[in-house]
Design a protein around this ligand. Structure first.
Ligand SMILES: [Zn+2]
Length: 395
């Protein structure tokens, strides 16, 4: 075993102490010593350093256990900030995050079909704006990008919509900002965000199915993102579920994305608008080619039966694809995220029904399929979580 130098040992202990305080929300030096097995002197010395670095603050006296009441300490959530970026939609979204994943300075810049170098410039613009607004030291930059990403080397292998091929994204950003940079696929990052900052804490494993313009799943196993051997874990959007069906952007026919993505759903609604115009809001009728998911949602909420059928059908395909994931991994905690999650319980019910029909009952009994607790910021919160995890080992 490698022998620690005195400095390494100190850093290790300090990180352990910070972690312990972070996870218990509020603690005392004596409690931290008990939990970490370190001596009280070591804990006191290192807590003093953490206080000097503004990472930990004293918060008044706690209840006495007989003797002098203990001084309570906690991590100062705003002591450091992370920049979280989501590149997976028609607009680039970014925000500053505190150490509990709260988002401030949410900023959105529409992509307007920018590709290649232009899309990179837009991302720079977004990060520049956020850096200017930061009011605490920055821990690093986290990016969730669509496409296949080599997260270990920070390279976008391919992101079709952005026109990026073998782009060394981390190197480019590190050179420009001199900050630690972490990049990963948006679904992988979303799963880690939900795992870390979601309001319903899961066990050690979690799968998040993200359904928007694209469809893919992010998988967390033992508290870590499972990327797969070639970083393609969870790419179920291009599994063929409707053989010989519609042509997909990937060149195959009948992929899950051709029947259950928001793009597919909008396109089906554009077809029925001709036959049943009375079912859609006026804003859409005048300009059906600009129909968006929110218009479909409006029609759906007004009780449009034809739209309800389209959503049921999409949910059924999603449930079918999910059943393979559930049977393969036996992860019992499944969350649905992305813009389709806005269709809520009716969508969820269809997904659950189909999973019941298609999966071994014993497996289904223990499986919980819910909507993700983080909303539209799930990817940028996940991007912050990945920075926090790598830089401070707090999550
Ligand atoms: Zn496809």
């Amino acid at each position: 075993m490698k022998k620690f130098t005195r400095q390494e040992l100190k850093n290790h202990n300090k990180r352990l102490i910070l972690q312990t305080i972070y996870q218990s929300s509020r603690s005392s030096r004596a409690e931290v010593a008990r939990q970490t097995g370190l001596t009280r002197t070591t804990v006191s010395d290192l807590v003093a350093e953490l206080i000097k670095e503004h990472l930990v603050v004293e918060q008044g006296y706690g209840p006495s256990a007989g003797g002098t009441p203990p001084m309570m300490i906690e991590v100062m959530d705003s002591a450091r900030q992370m920049i979280g970026i989501d590149l997976a939609n028609d607009e680039f979204r970014g925000g500053l995050l505190d150490m509990r994943g709260h988002v401030s300075e949410l900023t959105k810049l529409p992509l307007k079909n920018r590709r290649g170098e232009e899309a990179i410039q837009l991302m720079y613009d977004l990060i520049d704006r956020l850096l200017k607004k930061a009011d605490s030291p920055i821990l690093g930059i986290g990016i969730g990008s669509p496409g296949v990403l080599d997260a270990r080397n920070g390279i976008v292998r391919i992101a079709v919509n952005l026109g990026w091929v073998n782009l060394p994204l981390s190197d480019r950003l590190r050179e420009r900002y001199q900050q630690p940079v972490y990049v990963a696929n948006d679904s992988h990052i979303a799963a880690f965000g939900e795992f870390t900052f979601g309001s319903k804490p899961p066990g050690r494993n979690l799968a998040v199915l993200k359904v928007g313009r694209g469809i893919s799943a992010g998988i967390v196993i033992n508290g870590r993102i499972y990327y797969g051997d070639t970083f393609g874990a969870g790419e179920i959007g291009h599994v063929v579920v409707d053989r010989g069906g519609k042509l997909c952007s990937c060149g195959k026919r009948g992929c899950l994305e051709t029947v259950a993505s928001t793009r597919a759903i909008v396109s089906l609604c554009q077809q029925i608008i001709q036959e049943q115009p009375e079912l859609f809001p006026n804003s859409v009728l005048s300009n059906p080619e600009n129909m968006e998911t929110s218009d479909v949602l409006e029609a759906f909420e007004m009780g449009n039966a034809a739209v309800a059928e389209i959503i049921r059908n999409a949910g059924s395909y999603l449930g079918y694809a999910l059943s393979f994931l559930i049977a393969t991994l036996n992860i019992v905690d499944i969350r649905i995220a992305g813009s389709l999650a806005r269709f809520g319980d009716p969508l969820l019910d269809t997904i659950r029904e189909t999973v019941h029909e298609c999966t071994l009952s014993t497996l289904v009994r223990d499986t919980h399929i819910e909507l993700a607790s983080l909303g539209q910021n799930i990817v940028l919160q996940g991007a912050g979580a990945i920075v926090l995890s790598n830089e401070l080992k707090l999550v």
